[in-house]
Design a protein around this ligand. Structure first.
Ligand code: F6P
Length: 529
């Protein structure tokens, strides 16, 4: 068991500090310091981060920054930006930040400057998105495209789907976008019911081009198209986004229609690459570029700002405080913005797939907790569902509230009501309300939350927000000394599912455990109805 982190004087100092602070209510911290908000919030280019409603003091922040120092945060952060192979188990760089840099920058991988490559692909994204949006891209029978179906799973689809919803006000409303990810045939079938082969463009997004779900869906989609239009139609109706160009060609996709990806872009960090093509078609290249610019400005802030003023660093360190010193096992992501419907799901992949690890970078088992469970949904809907537990449950769940000062849809007093609910919730969780006579109406309060306010949910600020979470998660991975850029935990299930598939029609499965065998036998007996 590795105690490389927990045995440091900095970790111990935080443990001692927690003992002195744990009985102090957050509302007393506010009462003691009239300038608490002034001292514990940061504004950056239309993004405000308020971290005053946590059970921390300025001393806590100082001690957390000391911990970051002893964990070599600065060196490790710079290694990421400079393309060092920080994904040790796969000997790869993690260079999603390069995808949003200007072409005049230089970033080298194996001695080659990758910036011209990135911008070449961006130029191709511009050409294709312009052609589809203008109607210049024609289907095989000469009709223009009305429906774009993205086929992919995990990091190859969650990002574009979430961002497309987030930026709906910037979308081309004449185009219909569909997303198919589940190997459950119902997902594809329901989509095929509402589209026509002549006017549909499929984008098959898979970094590896080996993923069972994506290839199964892509093959069925291709069969469906070819049945009506014939084999030669594939070139007009299929695009691939992949790091495995040869496999996509072997699948039958025209070489011209393949957008390359690189092994130094992790799936869950790939929205900024050609994986973002469906989004680029929807919002247009200029808006896509602005999204990259917003993310790049957060990258610069992360790289250039001292820890005490650095939003992703502070957000990460407060998360460490809540997780490792206060024992919080979950984090709720609560956007008060309907367009951010997909945000909690998106962040749950980045956080839990990156930091859901229990061995450190040297392969030793660690003696501290890592990624919390991430969940959430937009307010105010969640208030009428799971907030009961947030206010009165036995576990403390820190929350990230996210809201926008301006609405995309001014409608009566809707937006004021929405914002009032967001702020009211942060206040209720923090201050609580004592009721000695009626314990069921007692609110203990002292429940921590951060609040992020964007001026507006536009491409620039969405880029900032998403990069903020990426870097927060990166910092936590550094503090926990884990590899945030691999995901070996998903592999065993894939292998066993393949094995079970080969056994589903077999009668004699005596080597299996009795539950697995029993389930297979039950399904075999019942599946014909
Ligand atoms: O199974 C996990 C995973 O590898 C994710 O990390 C990735 O985003 C997803 O599968 C899809 O992989 P691919 O893009 O190679 O199809």
């Amino acid at each position: 068991m590795s105690n490389k982190r927990t045995s440091t004087p900095e970790w111990k100092a935080l443990k001692d500090h927690h003992k002195t602070l744990k009985n102090t209510h957050i509302r007393d911290l506010f009462a003691e310091d009239a300038a608490r908000f002034d001292n514990l919030h940061i504004g950056l280019k239309g993004l405000l981060f308020d971290y005053s409603k946590h059970g921390i003091t300025q001393e806590t922040v100082k001690l957390l920054c000391d911990l970051a120092g002893v964990c070599d945060l600065e060196t490790r952060r710079n290694e990421m930006f400079n393309g060092a192979p920080i994904n040790l188990s796969e000997d790869r760089a993690a260079l999603h930040t390069a995808l949003r840099r200007p072409v005049s920058d230089t970033v080298e991988v194996d001695g080659q400057n990758i910036m011209p490559l990135i911008h070449e692909v961006l130029a191709k994204m511009k050409d294709v998105s312009d052609a589809v949006r203008s109607g210049e891209w024609k289907g095989y029978s000469g009709k223009h495209i009305t429906d774009i179906v993205t086929i992919g799973i995990g990091g190859s689809i969650i990002g574009p789907q979430m961002a497309m919803e987030a930026l709906k006000p910037y979308s081309n409303r004449e185009l219909n976008f569909h997303f198919v990810s589940n190997v459950d045939g119902s997902n594809l079938s329901e989509t095929l019911r509402i589209i026509r082969p002549e006017t549909t463009l499929f984008i098959v997004s898979s970094k590896t081009f080996t993923t069972q779900e994506t290839l199964t869906n892509a093959k069925s989609a291709k069969d469906w198209l070819c049945k009506t239009l014939g084999k030669d139609a594939v070139a007009n109706h299929f695009i691939a986004v992949t790091a495995s160009v040869k496999t996509a060609e072997a699948f039958g996709i025209d070489a011209e229609n393949i957008f390359p990806l690189w092994d130094w872009v992790g799936g869950r960090y790939s929205l900024w690459s050609s994986i973002g093509l469906p989004l680029c078609i929807s919002i247009g290249f200029e808006n896509f570029r602005t999204l990259l610019d917003g993310a790049h400005s957060m990258d610069r802030h992360f790289q250039e700002t001292p820890f005490e003023q650095n939003i992703p660093v502070l957000m990460a360190l407060i998360g460490i405080w809540n997780r490792n010193f206060c024992g919080a096992a979950a984090l709720a992501i609560l956007p008060y913005e309907q367009y951010l419907d997909g945000l909690a799901n998106y962040i749950s992949q980045i956080d839990m797939e990156s930091n859901g690890k229990s061995v450190d970078r040297e392969g030793d088992k660690i003696d501290y907790a890592t990624s919390p469970v991430i969940f959430g949904e937009p307010g105010t809907n969640g208030q009428h569902a799971f907030y009961q537990m947030l206010h009165q449950g036995t576990d403390i769940v820190p929350c990230d509230f996210i809201a926008c000062a301006q609405t995309q849809n001014p409608l009566g007093d809707h937006h004021d009501k929405l914002l009032a609910n967001a702020i009211g919730q942060t206040q209720a969780l923090m201050q609580g309300q004592e009721n000695k006579d009626k314990p069921h109406k007692n609110f203990a309060g002292n429940r921590p939350s951060s609040t992020i306010i964007l001026d507006k949910l536009d491409p620039y600020h969405l880029g900032m927000l998403l990069a903020l979470y990426e870097h927060k998660i990166c910092v936590q991975g550094i503090i926990w000394n884990i590899n945030s850029f691999d995901q070996w935990g998903v592999e065993l299930g894939k292998i066993l599912a393949k094995n079970v598939l080969s056994l589903l029609d077999q009668e004699d499965n005596q080597d299996l455990d009795s539950s697995t065998r029993g389930l297979i036998e039950h399904i075999r007996a019942r599946k014909k109805g």
